[in-house]
Write a new protein. Sequence first.
Length: 540
Amino acid sequence: MSGIHSTHDSFAFIQARLGSTRFPKKILKSIPEDSGVTFLDHIHRRLSSVFEHNQIVFLIPKNDLESIHFLKSRGYLYFCGSELDVRDRFRKAALEFSAKHIFRLTADNPFIDINSIRYLYEAILEIKDTYYSLAMVGLPLGMGVECFSAASLLYQSTETNLDRHKEHVSLHIKEFPEIHKQYRLIPPHFQQDDHSQTPDSDELSNLRITVDEKKDFELICEIWKRLGDQNPIFGVEEIVSLYKTNPDIFSINKNVEQVLFALPKPVNQTKRVNILYGNPKNYGYGHLERCKSLSIYLQIHGYDVKLIDHFKESESNIPHIFDTRETEFPVAHSFYIDNLNHPPNRLNACFFLPHPSFPNLNQNQLSYYSSPLLEQKTNRKEVKGSILVYAGQLDENASNQIDEFLLQFQKSTISPEYPSFQTIKRIGGKNPKNPKIEFQERISYIQFLQEMDYAEWIFTYFGQTMVEGMAKGKKIALIGISEIHETLGLYADKTFGVPYLGSLIELPKMKNFPFNTMPKKINLIRDAHTQILNWLNSID
Protein backbone atom coordinates (compact mmCIF):
# COMPACT_ATOMS: atom_id res chain seq x y z
CA MET A 1 0.00 0.00 0.00
CA SER A 2 1.08 3.55 -0.57
CA GLY A 3 0.32 5.01 2.84
CA ILE A 4 -2.10 7.66 1.57
CA HIS A 5 -4.00 9.88 3.95
CA SER A 6 -6.94 8.47 5.87
CA THR A 7 -10.46 9.55 5.01
CA HIS A 8 -11.49 9.19 8.64
CA ASP A 9 -10.36 12.75 9.35
CA SER A 10 -12.76 13.96 6.63
CA PHE A 11 -16.23 15.13 7.63
CA ALA A 12 -19.41 16.16 5.87
CA PHE A 13 -20.71 19.27 7.64
CA ILE A 14 -24.21 20.29 6.58
CA GLN A 15 -25.29 23.77 7.61
CA ALA A 16 -29.00 23.87 8.33
CA ARG A 17 -31.52 26.26 9.86
CA LEU A 18 -35.30 26.59 9.94
CA GLY A 19 -35.38 30.39 9.79
CA SER A 20 -35.20 30.91 6.03
CA THR A 21 -36.78 34.24 5.09
CA ARG A 22 -37.90 33.26 1.58
CA PHE A 23 -39.11 29.72 2.41
CA PRO A 24 -39.36 29.06 6.18
CA LYS A 25 -38.91 25.52 7.54
CA LYS A 26 -38.11 24.16 4.09
CA ILE A 27 -35.49 21.72 5.40
CA LEU A 28 -38.20 19.68 7.18
CA LYS A 29 -40.49 19.54 4.15
CA SER A 30 -41.00 16.14 2.55
CA ILE A 31 -39.88 15.07 -0.93
CA PRO A 32 -42.21 13.91 -2.35
CA GLU A 33 -44.82 15.80 -0.36
CA ASP A 34 -46.51 13.83 2.43
CA SER A 35 -43.86 11.08 2.20
CA GLY A 36 -42.26 11.92 5.55
CA VAL A 37 -38.81 11.92 3.89
CA THR A 38 -37.43 15.39 4.53
CA PHE A 39 -34.60 17.39 2.95
CA LEU A 40 -32.37 16.29 5.82
CA ASP A 41 -33.29 12.62 5.29
CA HIS A 42 -32.44 12.79 1.60
CA ILE A 43 -29.10 14.41 2.33
CA HIS A 44 -28.20 11.91 5.07
CA ARG A 45 -29.19 8.93 2.90
CA ARG A 46 -27.00 10.12 0.05
CA LEU A 47 -24.03 10.91 2.25
CA SER A 48 -24.31 7.54 3.97
CA SER A 49 -23.26 5.87 0.72
CA VAL A 50 -19.88 7.63 1.01
CA PHE A 51 -19.30 8.56 4.67
CA GLU A 52 -19.48 6.66 7.92
CA HIS A 53 -22.34 7.66 10.23
CA ASN A 54 -19.98 9.46 12.60
CA GLN A 55 -18.59 11.57 9.74
CA ILE A 56 -21.96 13.17 8.85
CA VAL A 57 -22.81 16.13 11.09
CA PHE A 58 -25.61 18.71 10.79
CA LEU A 59 -24.52 22.16 11.99
CA ILE A 60 -27.49 24.09 13.35
CA PRO A 61 -28.12 27.25 15.40
CA LYS A 62 -28.17 26.51 19.13
CA ASN A 63 -31.67 27.96 19.56
CA ASP A 64 -33.20 25.82 16.79
CA LEU A 65 -35.10 23.46 19.11
CA GLU A 66 -37.36 21.98 16.43
CA SER A 67 -34.37 20.89 14.35
CA ILE A 68 -32.66 19.44 17.43
CA HIS A 69 -35.78 17.40 18.23
CA PHE A 70 -35.99 16.12 14.63
CA LEU A 71 -32.30 15.18 14.42
CA LYS A 72 -32.48 13.36 17.75
CA SER A 73 -35.52 11.40 16.58
CA ARG A 74 -33.59 10.25 13.50
CA GLY A 75 -30.37 9.48 15.36
CA TYR A 76 -28.38 11.92 13.23
CA LEU A 77 -25.30 13.65 14.60
CA TYR A 78 -25.55 17.39 15.07
CA PHE A 79 -23.55 20.31 16.45
CA CYS A 80 -25.02 23.57 17.75
CA GLY A 81 -23.39 26.94 17.27
CA SER A 82 -23.94 30.59 16.42
CA GLU A 83 -26.91 31.40 14.21
CA LEU A 84 -25.42 34.48 12.55
CA ASP A 85 -21.70 33.65 12.55
CA VAL A 86 -21.96 30.50 10.44
CA ARG A 87 -18.20 30.31 9.90
CA ASP A 88 -17.69 30.23 13.68
CA ARG A 89 -20.18 27.34 13.82
CA PHE A 90 -18.03 25.45 11.31
CA ARG A 91 -14.78 26.33 13.04
CA LYS A 92 -15.94 25.07 16.41
CA ALA A 93 -17.32 21.89 14.84
CA ALA A 94 -14.00 21.28 13.09
CA LEU A 95 -12.18 21.53 16.42
CA GLU A 96 -14.78 19.43 18.21
CA PHE A 97 -14.50 16.54 15.71
CA SER A 98 -10.76 16.94 14.98
CA ALA A 99 -11.54 17.33 11.27
CA LYS A 100 -8.71 17.90 8.80
CA HIS A 101 -10.75 17.92 5.59
CA ILE A 102 -14.25 19.38 5.44
CA PHE A 103 -16.95 18.74 2.86
CA ARG A 104 -19.33 21.66 3.18
CA LEU A 105 -22.98 21.18 2.26
CA THR A 106 -26.18 23.09 2.89
CA ALA A 107 -29.62 21.74 3.74
CA ASP A 108 -31.04 23.67 0.75
CA ASN A 109 -29.64 20.97 -1.55
CA PRO A 110 -31.32 17.57 -1.12
CA PHE A 111 -29.95 16.07 -4.36
CA ILE A 112 -26.18 16.42 -3.99
CA ASP A 113 -24.16 14.46 -6.55
CA ILE A 114 -22.50 11.54 -4.78
CA ASN A 115 -20.09 10.77 -7.62
CA SER A 116 -18.68 14.28 -7.25
CA ILE A 117 -17.96 13.54 -3.60
CA ARG A 118 -16.18 10.36 -4.64
CA TYR A 119 -13.81 12.31 -6.89
CA LEU A 120 -13.30 15.07 -4.34
CA TYR A 121 -12.37 12.33 -1.87
CA GLU A 122 -9.85 10.94 -4.34
CA ALA A 123 -8.46 14.42 -4.91
CA ILE A 124 -7.86 15.33 -1.27
CA LEU A 125 -5.90 12.11 -0.84
CA GLU A 126 -3.41 13.48 -3.38
CA ILE A 127 -3.33 17.13 -2.25
CA LYS A 128 -0.26 18.07 -0.23
CA ASP A 129 -1.14 21.74 0.37
CA THR A 130 -1.90 22.85 3.93
CA TYR A 131 -4.31 25.51 2.71
CA TYR A 132 -6.60 24.54 -0.13
CA SER A 133 -10.08 24.85 -1.61
CA LEU A 134 -11.49 22.15 -3.87
CA ALA A 135 -14.64 21.93 -6.00
CA MET A 136 -16.07 20.59 -9.25
CA VAL A 137 -16.99 23.04 -12.01
CA GLY A 138 -19.97 22.99 -14.33
CA LEU A 139 -22.41 21.12 -12.08
CA PRO A 140 -26.02 22.26 -11.72
CA LEU A 141 -26.44 24.67 -8.82
CA GLY A 142 -27.18 22.67 -5.70
CA MET A 143 -25.61 19.37 -6.80
CA GLY A 144 -22.00 20.29 -6.12
CA VAL A 145 -20.04 20.10 -2.88
CA GLU A 146 -17.02 22.12 -1.86
CA CYS A 147 -14.15 20.83 0.18
CA PHE A 148 -11.41 22.67 2.06
CA SER A 149 -8.84 21.99 4.72
CA ALA A 150 -9.55 22.75 8.36
CA ALA A 151 -6.38 24.85 8.26
CA SER A 152 -7.97 27.07 5.62
CA LEU A 153 -11.24 27.25 7.54
CA LEU A 154 -9.39 28.33 10.68
CA TYR A 155 -7.14 30.80 8.85
CA GLN A 156 -7.53 34.26 10.38
CA SER A 157 -6.37 37.75 9.47
CA THR A 158 -7.69 41.31 9.70
CA GLU A 159 -8.83 41.03 6.08
CA THR A 160 -10.89 37.88 6.65
CA ASN A 161 -13.05 39.00 9.55
CA LEU A 162 -15.72 40.99 7.76
CA ASP A 163 -19.45 40.36 8.14
CA ARG A 164 -19.67 38.61 4.76
CA HIS A 165 -16.95 36.18 5.86
CA LYS A 166 -18.90 35.25 8.97
CA GLU A 167 -22.10 34.62 7.02
CA HIS A 168 -20.52 32.72 4.11
CA VAL A 169 -18.27 29.99 5.46
CA SER A 170 -15.63 29.64 2.76
CA LEU A 171 -15.64 33.12 1.25
CA HIS A 172 -12.45 34.13 3.04
CA ILE A 173 -10.75 31.10 1.45
CA LYS A 174 -11.88 31.85 -2.09
CA GLU A 175 -11.06 35.56 -1.91
CA PHE A 176 -7.38 34.90 -1.20
CA PRO A 177 -6.11 32.34 -3.76
CA GLU A 178 -2.55 33.47 -3.12
CA ILE A 179 -2.83 31.82 0.31
CA HIS A 180 -5.30 29.01 -0.31
CA LYS A 181 -4.56 26.86 -3.37
CA GLN A 182 -7.71 26.73 -5.52
CA TYR A 183 -8.40 23.41 -7.25
CA ARG A 184 -11.26 23.42 -9.74
CA LEU A 185 -11.83 20.04 -11.34
CA ILE A 186 -13.79 18.95 -14.39
CA PRO A 187 -16.09 16.10 -13.30
CA PRO A 188 -15.00 12.95 -15.16
CA HIS A 189 -18.28 11.11 -14.66
CA PHE A 190 -20.20 13.03 -17.28
CA GLN A 191 -17.36 13.57 -19.70
CA GLN A 192 -17.50 10.05 -21.05
CA ASP A 193 -20.51 10.15 -23.38
CA ASP A 194 -21.16 11.57 -26.82
CA HIS A 195 -21.81 15.23 -26.05
CA SER A 196 -23.53 16.15 -29.31
CA GLN A 197 -26.78 16.79 -27.41
CA THR A 198 -25.36 17.52 -23.97
CA PRO A 199 -25.80 21.06 -22.62
CA ASP A 200 -22.60 23.05 -22.36
CA SER A 201 -21.09 23.75 -18.95
CA ASP A 202 -22.60 27.25 -18.67
CA GLU A 203 -26.07 25.98 -19.53
CA LEU A 204 -25.77 23.07 -17.11
CA SER A 205 -24.43 25.17 -14.24
CA ASN A 206 -27.40 27.54 -14.61
CA LEU A 207 -29.86 24.77 -13.72
CA ARG A 208 -31.17 25.26 -10.17
CA ILE A 209 -31.34 22.02 -8.17
CA THR A 210 -31.41 24.00 -4.94
CA VAL A 211 -34.29 25.39 -2.89
CA ASP A 212 -34.59 29.05 -1.95
CA GLU A 213 -38.23 29.60 -2.90
CA LYS A 214 -41.40 27.56 -3.46
CA LYS A 215 -40.78 27.39 -7.23
CA ASP A 216 -37.50 25.63 -6.49
CA PHE A 217 -39.38 23.16 -4.31
CA GLU A 218 -41.86 22.46 -7.12
CA LEU A 219 -38.98 21.55 -9.43
CA ILE A 220 -37.35 19.33 -6.81
CA CYS A 221 -40.58 17.37 -6.35
CA GLU A 222 -41.01 17.05 -10.13
CA ILE A 223 -37.46 15.72 -10.52
CA TRP A 224 -38.07 13.17 -7.77
CA LYS A 225 -41.28 12.02 -9.44
CA ARG A 226 -39.33 11.23 -12.62
CA LEU A 227 -36.06 9.89 -11.19
CA GLY A 228 -36.45 8.92 -7.54
CA ASP A 229 -38.24 5.61 -7.95
CA GLN A 230 -35.61 4.24 -10.33
CA ASN A 231 -32.65 5.38 -8.23
CA PRO A 232 -33.08 7.37 -4.98
CA ILE A 233 -29.47 8.61 -5.14
CA PHE A 234 -29.55 9.66 -8.80
CA GLY A 235 -26.82 12.06 -9.82
CA VAL A 236 -25.82 14.64 -12.37
CA GLU A 237 -25.79 12.11 -15.22
CA GLU A 238 -29.48 11.43 -14.70
CA ILE A 239 -30.21 15.17 -14.41
CA VAL A 240 -28.41 15.79 -17.72
CA SER A 241 -30.42 13.00 -19.37
CA LEU A 242 -33.68 14.42 -17.98
CA TYR A 243 -32.75 17.90 -19.19
CA LYS A 244 -32.01 16.63 -22.70
CA THR A 245 -35.39 14.91 -22.98
CA ASN A 246 -37.55 17.29 -20.90
CA PRO A 247 -35.92 20.75 -20.82
CA ASP A 248 -39.23 22.52 -20.09
CA ILE A 249 -39.33 21.02 -16.59
CA PHE A 250 -36.38 23.15 -15.58
CA SER A 251 -38.12 26.38 -16.51
CA ILE A 252 -40.28 26.10 -13.35
CA ASN A 253 -37.74 28.05 -11.28
CA LYS A 254 -35.72 29.84 -13.95
CA ASN A 255 -36.69 33.29 -12.61
CA VAL A 256 -35.51 32.66 -9.03
CA GLU A 257 -32.57 34.92 -8.26
CA GLN A 258 -29.32 33.61 -6.86
CA VAL A 259 -26.88 35.59 -4.69
CA LEU A 260 -23.45 35.64 -6.33
CA PHE A 261 -20.05 36.98 -5.32
CA ALA A 262 -17.34 38.33 -7.60
CA LEU A 263 -14.32 36.15 -6.86
CA PRO A 264 -10.79 35.96 -8.26
CA LYS A 265 -10.69 33.41 -11.07
CA PRO A 266 -8.37 30.45 -10.48
CA VAL A 267 -5.44 30.22 -12.90
CA ASN A 268 -6.43 27.95 -15.78
CA GLN A 269 -4.49 24.76 -16.36
CA THR A 270 -2.61 24.91 -19.65
CA LYS A 271 -1.02 21.47 -20.02
CA ARG A 272 -3.52 19.46 -22.03
CA VAL A 273 -3.83 15.65 -22.21
CA ASN A 274 -6.53 13.33 -23.57
CA ILE A 275 -7.41 9.99 -22.01
CA LEU A 276 -9.01 7.62 -24.51
CA TYR A 277 -10.72 4.71 -22.76
CA GLY A 278 -12.27 1.55 -24.18
CA ASN A 279 -16.03 1.75 -24.62
CA PRO A 280 -17.69 -0.18 -21.75
CA LYS A 281 -19.95 -2.03 -24.22
CA ASN A 282 -16.85 -3.67 -25.69
CA TYR A 283 -14.30 -3.52 -22.88
CA GLY A 284 -16.33 -3.62 -19.65
CA TYR A 285 -16.53 -0.82 -17.11
CA GLY A 286 -13.12 -1.38 -15.50
CA HIS A 287 -11.30 0.67 -18.16
CA LEU A 288 -13.66 3.62 -17.75
CA GLU A 289 -13.59 3.60 -13.95
CA ARG A 290 -9.82 3.59 -13.67
CA CYS A 291 -9.53 6.31 -16.35
CA LYS A 292 -11.90 8.54 -14.39
CA SER A 293 -9.68 8.19 -11.33
CA LEU A 294 -6.63 8.86 -13.49
CA SER A 295 -8.32 12.03 -14.76
CA ILE A 296 -8.69 13.35 -11.21
CA TYR A 297 -5.09 12.47 -10.35
CA LEU A 298 -3.70 14.33 -13.37
CA GLN A 299 -5.94 17.36 -12.83
CA ILE A 300 -4.64 17.69 -9.27
CA HIS A 301 -1.13 17.69 -10.72
CA GLY A 302 -1.87 20.58 -13.07
CA TYR A 303 -3.15 19.00 -16.28
CA ASP A 304 -6.21 19.95 -18.31
CA VAL A 305 -7.66 16.48 -18.90
CA LYS A 306 -10.24 15.48 -21.48
CA LEU A 307 -11.80 12.03 -21.09
CA ILE A 308 -12.88 10.67 -24.49
CA ASP A 309 -14.26 7.46 -26.01
CA HIS A 310 -13.37 8.16 -29.66
CA PHE A 311 -10.36 9.59 -31.41
CA LYS A 312 -10.32 12.96 -33.19
CA GLU A 313 -7.58 13.33 -35.76
CA SER A 314 -7.69 17.10 -35.29
CA GLU A 315 -6.31 16.56 -31.76
CA SER A 316 -3.43 14.28 -32.75
CA ASN A 317 -0.92 16.93 -31.62
CA ILE A 318 -2.21 16.62 -28.03
CA PRO A 319 -0.62 13.96 -25.79
CA HIS A 320 -2.90 10.92 -25.44
CA ILE A 321 -3.14 8.16 -22.87
CA PHE A 322 -4.69 5.03 -24.40
CA ASP A 323 -6.55 2.43 -22.34
CA THR A 324 -7.92 0.56 -25.36
CA ARG A 325 -5.89 -2.67 -25.29
CA GLU A 326 -4.13 -3.13 -28.65
CA THR A 327 -6.01 -0.40 -30.53
CA GLU A 328 -3.67 2.44 -31.52
CA PHE A 329 -3.95 5.83 -33.20
CA PRO A 330 -1.52 8.22 -34.97
CA VAL A 331 -0.53 10.57 -32.14
CA ALA A 332 2.77 12.36 -31.62
CA HIS A 333 2.96 11.61 -27.88
CA SER A 334 1.26 8.42 -26.66
CA PHE A 335 1.17 6.48 -23.42
CA TYR A 336 -0.17 2.92 -23.52
CA ILE A 337 -1.98 1.08 -20.71
CA ASP A 338 -2.20 -2.72 -20.83
CA ASN A 339 -1.22 -2.79 -24.50
CA LEU A 340 0.67 -5.97 -25.44
CA ASN A 341 2.40 -4.15 -28.31
CA HIS A 342 4.01 -1.81 -25.79
CA PRO A 343 5.87 -3.60 -22.97
CA PRO A 344 5.53 -2.07 -19.51
CA ASN A 345 9.28 -1.53 -19.17
CA ARG A 346 9.19 1.42 -21.57
CA LEU A 347 8.87 5.04 -20.52
CA ASN A 348 5.53 5.46 -22.30
CA ALA A 349 3.81 2.22 -21.26
CA CYS A 350 2.65 0.49 -18.11
CA PHE A 351 0.28 -2.28 -17.08
CA PHE A 352 -2.62 -1.69 -14.72
CA LEU A 353 -3.15 -5.46 -14.69
CA PRO A 354 -0.42 -8.14 -14.80
CA HIS A 355 -0.05 -10.28 -17.93
CA PRO A 356 1.81 -13.56 -18.61
CA SER A 357 3.46 -12.12 -21.75
CA PHE A 358 5.55 -9.89 -19.50
CA PRO A 359 6.42 -11.83 -16.34
CA ASN A 360 6.73 -9.85 -13.15
CA LEU A 361 10.47 -9.70 -12.42
CA ASN A 362 9.89 -9.04 -8.73
CA GLN A 363 7.66 -11.90 -7.57
CA ASN A 364 7.08 -10.24 -4.20
CA GLN A 365 5.86 -6.92 -5.55
CA LEU A 366 3.15 -5.88 -8.00
CA SER A 367 2.49 -2.43 -9.41
CA TYR A 368 -1.19 -1.72 -9.90
CA TYR A 369 -3.65 1.13 -10.38
CA SER A 370 -7.05 1.84 -8.85
CA SER A 371 -8.88 4.57 -7.03
CA PRO A 372 -7.01 5.62 -3.89
CA LEU A 373 -10.27 5.01 -2.02
CA LEU A 374 -9.55 1.31 -2.38
CA GLU A 375 -6.87 1.59 0.28
CA GLN A 376 -9.06 3.22 2.90
CA LYS A 377 -9.90 1.30 6.03
CA THR A 378 -13.59 1.48 6.88
CA ASN A 379 -15.55 0.49 9.96
CA ARG A 380 -17.49 -2.07 7.95
CA LYS A 381 -16.91 -5.55 9.29
CA GLU A 382 -16.40 -8.57 7.08
CA VAL A 383 -19.39 -10.90 7.19
CA LYS A 384 -18.33 -14.53 7.41
CA GLY A 385 -19.91 -16.76 4.83
CA SER A 386 -20.64 -13.92 2.42
CA ILE A 387 -19.54 -14.04 -1.20
CA LEU A 388 -19.55 -11.16 -3.67
CA VAL A 389 -19.79 -12.05 -7.36
CA TYR A 390 -18.78 -9.58 -10.04
CA ALA A 391 -20.28 -10.71 -13.36
CA GLY A 392 -19.79 -7.60 -15.49
CA GLN A 393 -21.86 -7.89 -18.66
CA LEU A 394 -22.29 -11.67 -18.75
CA ASP A 395 -25.43 -12.94 -20.48
CA GLU A 396 -28.36 -14.74 -18.87
CA ASN A 397 -26.99 -18.24 -19.43
CA ALA A 398 -23.56 -17.44 -17.94
CA SER A 399 -25.15 -15.61 -14.99
CA ASN A 400 -27.37 -18.61 -14.21
CA GLN A 401 -24.44 -21.03 -14.47
CA ILE A 402 -22.52 -19.06 -11.86
CA ASP A 403 -25.58 -18.82 -9.58
CA GLU A 404 -26.32 -22.56 -9.74
CA PHE A 405 -22.70 -23.43 -9.03
CA LEU A 406 -22.48 -21.21 -5.95
CA LEU A 407 -25.89 -22.24 -4.58
CA GLN A 408 -24.43 -25.75 -4.12
CA PHE A 409 -22.36 -24.32 -1.30
CA GLN A 410 -25.05 -22.33 0.45
CA LYS A 411 -25.25 -23.39 4.08
CA SER A 412 -22.92 -26.37 3.54
CA THR A 413 -25.30 -28.38 1.41
CA ILE A 414 -22.46 -30.57 0.06
CA SER A 415 -20.00 -31.33 2.82
CA PRO A 416 -18.60 -29.64 5.95
CA GLU A 417 -15.16 -29.28 4.34
CA TYR A 418 -16.52 -26.82 1.80
CA PRO A 419 -17.28 -23.17 2.50
CA SER A 420 -20.75 -22.30 3.71
CA PHE A 421 -22.14 -19.29 1.87
CA GLN A 422 -24.75 -17.63 4.02
CA THR A 423 -25.27 -14.88 1.44
CA ILE A 424 -24.51 -14.71 -2.27
CA LYS A 425 -24.59 -11.23 -3.80
CA ARG A 426 -24.05 -10.74 -7.52
CA ILE A 427 -23.22 -7.42 -9.17
CA GLY A 428 -23.64 -7.40 -12.95
CA GLY A 429 -24.89 -10.03 -15.35
CA LYS A 430 -28.61 -10.65 -15.80
CA ASN A 431 -31.47 -11.07 -13.33
CA PRO A 432 -31.16 -14.32 -11.35
CA LYS A 433 -33.79 -17.05 -11.50
CA ASN A 434 -33.26 -18.04 -7.89
CA PRO A 435 -34.47 -15.52 -5.24
CA LYS A 436 -31.66 -16.62 -2.91
CA ILE A 437 -29.23 -14.64 -5.08
CA GLU A 438 -29.05 -10.98 -4.05
CA PHE A 439 -28.67 -9.01 -7.26
CA GLN A 440 -27.90 -5.51 -8.48
CA GLU A 441 -27.18 -4.83 -12.12
CA ARG A 442 -24.92 -1.85 -11.40
CA ILE A 443 -23.82 0.11 -8.35
CA SER A 444 -21.45 3.00 -7.83
CA TYR A 445 -17.75 2.35 -7.41
CA ILE A 446 -17.84 3.46 -3.78
CA GLN A 447 -20.74 1.11 -3.07
CA PHE A 448 -18.81 -1.69 -4.76
CA LEU A 449 -15.79 -1.08 -2.54
CA GLN A 450 -18.08 -1.24 0.48
CA GLU A 451 -19.55 -4.53 -0.73
CA MET A 452 -16.01 -5.85 -1.04
CA ASP A 453 -15.38 -4.87 2.58
CA TYR A 454 -18.44 -6.85 3.69
CA ALA A 455 -17.57 -9.97 1.69
CA GLU A 456 -15.38 -12.84 2.87
CA TRP A 457 -15.06 -14.16 -0.70
CA ILE A 458 -14.77 -12.50 -4.12
CA PHE A 459 -15.82 -14.58 -7.15
CA THR A 460 -15.05 -13.08 -10.57
CA TYR A 461 -12.94 -13.40 -13.70
CA PHE A 462 -9.41 -12.06 -14.23
CA GLY A 463 -9.48 -8.27 -14.15
CA GLN A 464 -9.62 -5.12 -12.03
CA THR A 465 -11.87 -6.66 -9.36
CA MET A 466 -9.34 -9.47 -8.85
CA VAL A 467 -6.48 -7.02 -8.17
CA GLU A 468 -8.65 -4.88 -5.90
CA GLY A 469 -9.69 -8.00 -3.99
CA MET A 470 -6.00 -8.87 -3.56
CA ALA A 471 -5.32 -5.34 -2.29
CA LYS A 472 -8.11 -5.73 0.28
CA GLY A 473 -6.78 -9.10 1.42
CA LYS A 474 -9.86 -11.06 0.35
CA LYS A 475 -10.24 -14.73 -0.53
CA ILE A 476 -10.68 -14.81 -4.30
CA ALA A 477 -11.73 -17.45 -6.82
CA LEU A 478 -11.64 -16.97 -10.60
CA ILE A 479 -13.70 -18.33 -13.46
CA GLY A 480 -12.85 -18.29 -17.16
CA ILE A 481 -15.46 -16.44 -19.23
CA SER A 482 -13.50 -16.65 -22.51
CA GLU A 483 -10.42 -18.32 -23.91
CA ILE A 484 -8.18 -15.38 -22.98
CA HIS A 485 -9.65 -15.25 -19.47
CA GLU A 486 -8.91 -18.97 -19.06
CA THR A 487 -5.24 -18.29 -19.91
CA LEU A 488 -5.14 -15.30 -17.55
CA GLY A 489 -6.90 -17.25 -14.80
CA LEU A 490 -4.31 -20.03 -14.95
CA TYR A 491 -1.57 -17.38 -14.88
CA ALA A 492 -3.08 -15.74 -11.77
CA ASP A 493 -3.33 -19.15 -10.08
CA LYS A 494 0.30 -19.99 -10.74
CA THR A 495 1.82 -16.54 -10.16
CA PHE A 496 -0.30 -14.98 -7.41
CA GLY A 497 -1.97 -17.97 -5.79
CA VAL A 498 -5.46 -16.78 -6.79
CA PRO A 499 -7.41 -20.03 -7.33
CA TYR A 500 -8.68 -20.58 -10.86
CA LEU A 501 -11.64 -22.98 -10.92
CA GLY A 502 -12.10 -23.48 -14.65
CA SER A 503 -14.21 -22.27 -17.55
CA LEU A 504 -17.91 -21.47 -17.54
CA ILE A 505 -18.54 -24.60 -19.62
CA GLU A 506 -17.01 -26.73 -16.87
CA LEU A 507 -19.01 -25.15 -14.05
CA PRO A 508 -22.04 -27.49 -14.09
CA LYS A 509 -19.74 -30.48 -13.50
CA MET A 510 -17.69 -28.88 -10.72
CA LYS A 511 -18.17 -30.02 -7.16
CA ASN A 512 -15.21 -28.32 -5.55
CA PHE A 513 -14.47 -24.86 -4.25
CA PRO A 514 -11.17 -23.59 -2.79
CA PHE A 515 -11.76 -23.39 0.94
CA ASN A 516 -9.89 -20.75 2.98
CA THR A 517 -7.43 -20.17 0.14
CA MET A 518 -5.77 -16.75 0.23
CA PRO A 519 -3.62 -15.23 -2.53
CA LYS A 520 0.11 -15.11 -1.93
CA LYS A 521 1.36 -12.27 0.22
CA ILE A 522 2.49 -9.80 -2.42
CA ASN A 523 3.41 -6.19 -1.80
CA LEU A 524 0.96 -4.23 -3.95
CA ILE A 525 2.36 -0.84 -4.95
CA ARG A 526 -0.10 1.73 -6.30
CA ASP A 527 2.47 3.53 -8.47
CA ALA A 528 1.27 3.09 -12.06
CA HIS A 529 -0.22 6.59 -11.90
CA THR A 530 3.16 8.12 -11.05
CA GLN A 531 4.68 6.52 -14.16
CA ILE A 532 2.11 8.31 -16.30
CA LEU A 533 2.75 11.62 -14.55
CA ASN A 534 6.50 11.22 -15.04
CA TRP A 535 5.96 10.59 -18.75
CA LEU A 536 3.80 13.69 -19.11
CA ASN A 537 6.34 15.83 -17.28
CA SER A 538 9.10 14.50 -19.54
CA ILE A 539 7.39 15.73 -22.73
CA ASP A 540 6.52 19.24 -21.47
